[in-house]
Design a protein around this ligand. Sequence first.
Ligand code: SF4
Length: 83
Amino acid sequence: MAERPPCRCLLRQANPDLGKIVADYVDSLPEDAKASPEVYRQRLAACESCPRLADGMCLDCGCYVEARAAKARMKCPGVPGRW
Ligand code: SF4
């Protein structure tokens, strides 16, 4: 069977089991360390339209973006000012 090419999608779509683990990790973060729900949504939307996203992973830093974007202090590593 041929391997599928990586998708420009979040981990929850590419690999729901792993996506659930990352979602649980995000839930476990202290509230004062988390980005607001609106900021989180905007960051993930930016990632979903970014060519550097592959199966939920940022090719610039190797992070799962659903984890990276959840932390208020984090920034997009690839495009200054994107988020
Ligand atoms: S370069 Fe930035 S916008 Fe693109 S996938 Fe990585 S974190 Fe997301």
